[in-house]
Design a protein around this ligand. Structure first.
Ligand SMILES: Cc1ncc(COP(=O)(O)O)c(C=O)c1O
Length: 354
């Protein structure tokens, strides 16, 4: 696959499913502003990987949320939680530490709800996400990526900043259980309803763990036989935690953003995990390009990882099963990193262009 082929595919893609979703949702219901565009994303059958495995591999198209990612669900619930607890008065400031997508979701909603938004983000995250946050008018603090225990970690800085200003709240997406509640009340029920309960397994990567734990908890209450398989990128401890009971990183850093974790967050504690998979960057990036070239979906690396994991789960279950995952966000957020021949080659992942 060469660069011009990729560019042509990019033009053809993304727009069609997005328009179809908006059309079908507007036939049923009028959505109330950007906040009304959280959830009820389309559940999509991925044709090629389904055919190849003999299973139905389904993915929630989370890029159809108003802010463009799965993190809109958490963002909305974090705001609602702060309002409910009386932590946020009109005109107040929402402060969050984020790899970008939660911040983008919060920023969209803050504009609509009349709040200010301040975001602390590791400066390793994609330029596209930083640009988007600036465009959305947030007070943006890109900070060096340091270990969690360092007082200058983005999340610790976010907490201190919120404490230092009036009428502000640190929404604390990693440990605030309003995050996973979003998935227990929206993503999980949507998957149950849309599959009519015919789901054998779900698999998701975890950043905060909200998606994985929330969906798993809801679905397992409906049917305890549904398998919840955690999918982890290199550089994260969650795989080793489940497989070997050790908080040790498996592998090196990853090209993926927003997923992988150095600890067991509040949102992951108590999660129901049947199995865990470690997915290499090669596998994730290869799937990103398969999704583009075979299915016409233009998505980011965590979506590639999710679908690669779903294929592995489907193969282990055997034909005739249904496996559900999600497409977390669009490839546009990583255009210069993930879809650049030069960048991929720099990372030693030039196999796609060989
Ligand atoms: C692109 C992307 N995918 C997946 C996730 C993981 O979602 P969660 O935080 O619910 O585990 C995130 C979280 O920020 C993300 O940004």
């Amino acid at each position: 696959m060469n660069q011009s082929h990729i560019t042509r595919l990019l033009r053809q893609t993304f727009i069609t499913p997005y328009i179809q979703h908006r059309k079908s949702s507007s036939q049923n219901i009028i959505r109330d502003g950007i906040v009304g565009m959280v959830g009820n994303t389309p559940l999509i059958k991925l044709k090629q990987v389904s055919k190849e495995t003999g299973c139905e591999i389904l993915a929630k198209a989370e890029f159809c949320n108003g802010g463009g990612s799965v993190k809109d669900r958490a963002a909305y619930y974090l705001i609602k939680d702060a309002e409910k607890k009386g932590q946020l008065k009109p005109g107040g400031t929402i402060v969050e530490g984020t790899a970008g997508n939660t911040g983008i979701g919060l920023a969209h909603m803050c504009l609509s709800l009349g709040y200010k938004c301040a975001i602390f983000i590791p400066d390793t995250q994609s330029k596209e996400k930083l640009d988007m946050l600036k465009l959305l008018g947030v007070q943006l603090f890109p900070v060096p990526a340091v270990p969690l225990t360092d007082p200058n970690h983005y999340n610790q800085q976010a907490r201190r900043y919120a404490e230092s200003i009036e009428n502000a709240v640190w929404t604390d997406q990693f440990d605030n259980l309003a995050n996973r509640l979003a998935h227990m009340e929206t993503t999980g029920p949507e998957i149950w309803r849309e599959t009519k309960g015919r789901v054998d397994a779900v698999t998701f990567a975890s950043g905060t763990g909200g998606t994985f734990s929330g969906v798993g908890m809801y679905l397992k209450e409906k049917n305890p036989n549904i398998q919840a398989v955690l999918a982890d990128p290199p550089g994260s401890v969650v795989y080793n935690w489940f497989k070997h009971g050790k908080l040790e990183r498996a592998g090196d850093v990853s090209i993926t953003e927003g997923i992988g974790q150095g600890r067991i967050t509040g949102n992951m504690q108590g999660a129901l995990v049947d199995d865990a998979l470690l997915v290499s960057d090669t596998e994730s990036v290869e799937m990103v390009f398969r999704l583009l070239g075979e299915e016409g979906f233009f998505v980011g690396a965590s979506s590639g990882l999710n679908v690669a994991a779903a294929v592995r789960v489907a193969k282990s279950l055997g034909p005739g099963h249904t496996v559900v995952t999600c497409l977390c966000d669009t490839g546009q957020r990583y255009y210069n990193k993930l879809f650049s021949e030069t960048e991929l080659k720099k990372r030693g992942k030039g196999f796609l262009f060989a």
